[in-house]
Design a binder for this molecule. Structure first.
Ligand code: BGC
Length: 415
């Protein structure tokens, strides 16, 4: 009895979580939306690590890129008193859930996190002065993936400006290649649209999507953003309605299409298909965004279990594992991201990840490091959802850019 109590206390303090009778009994239910090939491999690393530590992993995966369906499932679970042990939540939503009084602090697992996280990200993991979320990795959203053989066949070069991009797209079209693979959910529309906003400069992006500055949102430059999106749409195929992001990535992997705008979780799909960066495909910053970096940091929050206001040993072990240097490396190698923990070696990573890391350091110093709106990092749900509706309406109708801009300014006021 005494031994069990001591082991439990040590583990609760995040100090020693070896296999023991105490933990063997704990089953950890984890809600996430990592269901594509690369995503499943990445979350599988965590499952294996936790299983090795003696915990039972109860997978609660809800398919659907960017997590809209997962968030609906989570609300239902919490309302019905069945909150999972941990759930994939990020950005301002972390604070929203904390303010509902349903999370547990994980400070005892996070003793060395402050010095090992970029300050912008450390802040996001907190609510009311306590750590309530554990960060996985940094995804860069503003990437363009290009099939290398398609690029060579078309005789194009990697575009760094929109005119260069349209020139490549035209060449691909002329060579009989579908220029752009695009999926069909609102978050994918928003991902492309925010890329084009970012191509106007990180300052413009910040004013528009972080500060929601009305002048910027209604500017002629913003009308131009919608015009560019409309032009890009001219290179989509007819079958995008309802298409998942990873199926669009597969089109680029298989050479059925030339390019895709997508965050670097797409790289997890290329890696899973044994495709090599540089020789099989090219990763480039979206035209005009070379110096900027839209960041998207996945994290888990931890829910009160059976009304207990403190974390269980399993929850603390999970948080500790997520931030351990070994896990950070393995997870990102599969996920396409880069470790969020500072000081993890990049030696085993491919050229795209190394570029992501180098560009991140430059962007942090130059003020080009900005939160992704499409991936829940820039605004609370209400405003992000309203803006997303405007963009999706525009992209799925013949609405003109000026009308979209007027709707955008209104949507930004949604509280
Ligand atoms: C998440 C990624 C995920 C992607 C597609 C993003 O919002 O941050 O982890 O791979 O959605 O599902």
């Amino acid at each position: 009895m005494k031994f069990r109590a001591i082991m439990g206390a040590l583990c609760a303090a995040g100090l020693m979580c070896g296999v023991s009778a105490v933990q063997a009994a704990e089953s950890i239910e984890v809600l996430h939306w990592w269901t594509s090939g690369g995503e499943s491999k990445a979350v599988g690393v965590l499952k294996d690590d936790m299983t090795k530590q003696g915990y039972t992993w109860k997978d609660f995966a809800v398919a659907g890129g960017a997590g809209a369906a997962a968030m609906t499932a989570l609300k239902t679970q919490v309302i019905s008193g069945n909150a999972p042990s941990a759930a994939q939540i990020k950005g301002p939503l972390i604070q929203d859930w904390a303010s509902q009084g349903v999370l547990v602090p994980i400070d005892s697992a996070a003793a060395d996190w402050k010095k090992n996280l970029p300050p912008e990200i450390d802040k996001i993991m907190h609510a009311d002065g306590h750590y309530v979320a554990a960060p996985f990795s940094v995804h860069r959203v503003n990437w363009l993936y290009i099939n290398k053989a398609a690029l060579d066949k078309a005789g194009g070069k990697v575009p760094t400006t929109w005119p260069e991009f349209f020139a490549v797209a035209d060449k691909m079209k002329a060579a009989g290649i579908q220029p752009i693979a695009m999926g069909g959910q609102p978050w994918q529309d928003l991902t492309l649209w925010e890329d084009v906003v970012l191509s106007q400069g990180a300052g413009f992006y910040k004013k528009a999507l972080v500060d929601l500055d009305e002048k910027t949102l209604t500017s002629d430059q913003m009308v131009g953003v919608f015009d560019t999106v409309r032009k890009i749409q001219g290179y989509f195929d007819a079958g995008r309605t309802g298409r998942d992001w990873n199926l669009a990535t597969a089109m680029v992997i298989n050479g059925k299409a030339g390019m895709q705008f997508m965050g670097d979780w797409a790289k997890g799909e290329f890696a899973n298909a044994n495709k090599k960066a540089g020789s099989d495909y090219v990763c480039a910053a979206v035209p005009g965004t070379e110096k900027s970096y839209t960041f998207n940091v996945d994290s888990f929050v931890f829910f009160q279990q059976k009304g207990e206001k403190t974390a269980t040993p399993g929850q603390l072990a999970l948080a500790k594992t997520i931030m351990s240097p070994e896990f950070q490396e393995q997870f990102s190698l599969n996920k396409g991201s880069i470790p969020v923990r500072l000081g993890v070696s990049m030696a085993k990573f491919d050229d795209c990840a190394k570029k992501s890391y180098a560009d991140e350091q430059v962007a942090i110093k130059s003020g080009g490091y900005v939160p992704s709106l499409a991936h829940g990092m820039a605004q609370p749900d209400a405003a992000a959802g309203a803006i997303s509706d405007v963009v999706t309406k525009f992209m799925n109708s013949q609405q003109d850019s000026k009308t979209a801009v007027a709707a955008l300014a209104k949507a930004a006021k949604t509280k």
